[in-house]
Design a protein around this ligand. Structure first.
Ligand SMILES: O=C(O)[C@H](O)COP(=O)(O)O
Length: 341
């Protein structure tokens, strides 16, 4: 909702209305994504998805809320023109860098813990890896570790647009954060924060040491709490419950942006991203069990012709393979080269 409002404001300036390495890892050529899962369908080739505007999924009761057709967007730097061809958009997913509780091996969940120095460095490194990929919209959870990661990553982006956090919590917050220059707005990237992208709520495990909990309750029990699809930790959310809000948010708020040709980055958490990846890659509840995401490793998808094509993790800004992905990404990088020289 905030995103829509921001874009309205960009267009109209209404006075009031405004606005791993433990990893999901896949070896994708020279691209360092290693997948721990054995038999998951993460081949080295692109994974095609069915029509994302109309499908139903097996993940709880979640289904895509929108059935509008894919539209070309003039503001997609990947497109550069208004041709009638179906648009494509980049989707970057990034789990936050190491937090102070990751370092201490504590269950964190919805506790709002900042990054460690290593986490800061991971976020900056992630930013280098995506510094040539177009980004028009950023979504983060409401937790500081995801927001720090997004902002630190953006310090490395070559386009040098300024990420601006949207405040639509009340009318005054909206009014007081307006921007009154069209030119300045064009150089901004809206950052939408959403609790729905938060880490799953770990219930009574939050703040407990993972090793000590395993020693007390047994390794199997703790693995079940951490990785099963539908078994929640005591008074917490199962992955299925987390998916219900995270995937619904993705389909209702983010997918329409992709469909409109906007390039999107999502900075979120191990389990909220696992549930979104489950949706993107059509994983079963069995397959998602072995999906592990590293801190600070960006993953790239291309939303194209109403499918999601997994493109692995850009290894480095100069990694040739990244730009071989699509002609449009290569063109965007070339534009940046021209702009910056
Ligand atoms: O909330 C946490 O503790 C971590 O961010 C994710 O933990 P997990 O790997 O145990 O799900």
């Amino acid at each position: 909702m905030a995103a829509t409002m921001f874009h309205q404001a960009i267009g109209t300036l209404e006075p009031r209305g405004h606005i791993g390495n433990s990893a999901l890892h896949q070896e994708c050529g020279s691209i360092p994504m290693r997948l721990m899962a054995r038999s998951l369908k993460f081949g080295t080739g692109p994974l095609k998805r069915e029509h994302y505007g109309s499908r139903k999924r097996s993940c709880g009761s979640i289904q895509s809320s929108s059935s509008s057709s894919y539209q070309t967007s003039e503001c997609n730097p990947l497109n550069g023109n208004t041709s009638k061809k179906p648009s494509e958009a980049a989707l970057i997913l990034i789990r936050h860098g190491e937090s102070l509780w990751n370092e201490k091996n504590l269950f964190t969940g919805c506790v709002d813990v900042p990054l460690t120095k290593k986490g800061v460095e991971e976020a900056i490194e992630a930013g280098k890896r995506i510094s040539n990929i177009p980004i028009d919209m950023i979504y983060t959870s409401s937790l500081i570790r995801a927001q720090m990661t997004a902002m630190l990553a953006m310090t490395q982006h070559r386009r040098k647009k300024v990420p601006i956090v949207m405040h639509d919590e009340n009318e005054q917050a909206k009014a007081w954060s307006q921007i009154f220059s069209e030119e300045t707005k064009k150089q901004c990237i809206p950052v939408v924060t959403a609790w729905q992208l938060n880490e799953r709520m770990y219930g009574e495990l939050q703040g407990l040491n993972k090793q000590e909990t395993a020693d007390k309750y047994g390794k199997e029990q703790v693995h079940e709490w951490r990785r099963s699809y539908d078994i929640p930790p005591p008074n917490g959310e199962s992955l299925e419950m987390c998916a219900e809000r995270a995937v619904a948010y993705f389909t209702q708020q983010i997918e329409p942006q992709l469909r409109a040709g906007k390039n999107v980055m999502i900075a979120a958490h191990g389990n909220s991203l696992r549930s979104i990846i489950m949706y993107l890659d059509k994983l079963t509840s069995q397959e998602v069990i072995s999906l592990e995401l590293s801190t600070g490793i960006p993953m790239l998808y291309i939303a194209k012709e109403e499918k999601y094509i997994r493109r692995g993790s850009p290894a480095a800004p100069t990694e040739a393979g990244v730009y071989a992905y699509t002609k449009n990404l290569a063109k965007y990088r070339q534009k940046l080269d021209e702009m910056l020289h």
